[in-house]
Design a protein around this ligand. Structure first.
Ligand code: TYM
Length: 328
């Protein structure tokens, strides 16, 4: 039994990469751990957002959390900005961070690329993420492999504060899946699937309809070799599709290779479309049921209260150890 924390940005539709890298783990972990799942709206505003759209996206992600099987009775589900400890701890950690280490974050380098001046929020992004995690005495952080550098920074900040001010934080560990850790773009398997890529066919969102799923899979980039073999390096396109296939079926990668021996990509892709359409149908149905309900708002309010009760104590402990505030 451990404490689990993770978050997803409410920016656009959640895609298969988010689901297979992170969200699927959220569900698996909730039976044996105390899980806290956050919708990180304060991270979303590190890039420009339309306020009206953002409001909707926050509830979309919340509804998707429930739709994929997160049980709000077992796990805490809440919106980051509704618990003040996130911003408070973020400042306390900022004072133990260095511009050098933050400049080395690849996400910052990618997003601020070529610009003389980048938004400060983008620069501070990883410190806020460290605050999210350390705020709950988190043991395990289920994420995709693209977050590894941020997790390592969180661990560095944790150790630094503990060494400087005495035992304050619990040292968290990232949890990455073998097969879903990095789902690649369908149109270009050398890039990761992302919410922001221009080509809609590069990703499949959890709420996409059958026609879109079919189009994206049937047009997915493979290779000219024509055999269904898992080889990430030389056959990244088909290997990526096999990763998706195995995650939505009972078949292992080896089973899939056997099943499609002597068959072509067309057969494989047709089956994959069916598997995905069937696999996503219950998620879509549950999403529709909960998205516009009062229940969803109640879940988020209750989640904020429960999260806040934990967070307050950790902020208080940190302030005390750092010597800020009134004498206790
Ligand atoms: P975000 O919203 O970009 O992505 C949510 C989760 O999806 C994973 N992911 C992927 N996994 C596999 N293949 C892909 N192509 C792919 N694309 C995205 C991400 O690794 C992530 O786990 N910084 C985080 C949000 C965050 C957070 C936190 C996470 C803020 N605070 C504290 C954990 C703990 C992010 O940008 O997620």
């Amino acid at each position: 039994m451990g404490r689990v924390f993770s978050g997803v940005q409410p920016t656009g539709n959640i895609h298969l990469g988010n689901y297979l890298g992170a969200l699927k783990q959220f569900v698996e972990l909730q039976d044996d751990n105390e899980c806290i799942y956050c919708i990180v709206d304060l991270h979303a505003i590190t890039v420009e957002q339309d306020p009206e759209e953002l409001k909707e996206h926050i509830l979309d992600v919340a509804a998707l959390y429930i739709a994929i099987g997160i049980d709000p009775k077992k796990s805490i589900v809440f919106v980051q900005s509704t618990v003040p400890g996130h911003t408070e701890l973020s400042w306390l950690l900022t004072c133990s961070s260095y511009t050098g280490e933050l400049s080395r974050m690849t996400q910052f380098k990618d997003k601020g690329k070529g610009k003389e001046s980048a938004p400060t929020g983008l620069f501070m992004y990883p410190v806020l993420m460290a605050a999210d995690i350390l705020l709950y005495d988190t043991d395990i952080v289920p994420v995709g492999i693209d977050q590894k550098q941020h997790i390592e920074l969180t661990r560095d900040l944790c150790n630094r504060v503990n060494n400087k001010y005495g035992e304050t934080f619990v040292l968290p560990e990232g949890r990455y899946l073998k097969e879903g850790a990095k789902i690649m773009a369908l149109d270009d398997p050398t890039k990761k699937m992302s919410k922001s890529a221009e080509n809609e066919l590069s990703r499949i969102s959890l709420l996409d309809d059958e026609a879109k799923i079919k189009k994206a899979i049937m047009r997915a980039t493979t290779d000219s070799d024509g055999t269904i073999k898992f080889d990430q390096e030389n056959k990244p396109g088909i290997s990526n599709l096999m990763n998706i296939y195995t995650a939505f079926s009972d078949l292992s990668i080896e089973d899939i290779e056997k099943k499609y021996e002597g068959k072509g990509y067309g057969d494989f892709k047709k089956d994959l479309v069916e598997i995905l359409v069937n696999g996503l149908a219950p998620i879509k149905q549950k999403f529709e049921e909960i998205r516009y309900s009062d229940e969803l708002i109640e879940i988020l309010k209750d989640g904020a209260n429960r999260a806040n009760a934990i967070a307050e104590k950790v902020v208080e402990r940190t302030k005390k150890n750092m010597g800020v505030g009134l004498p206790r």
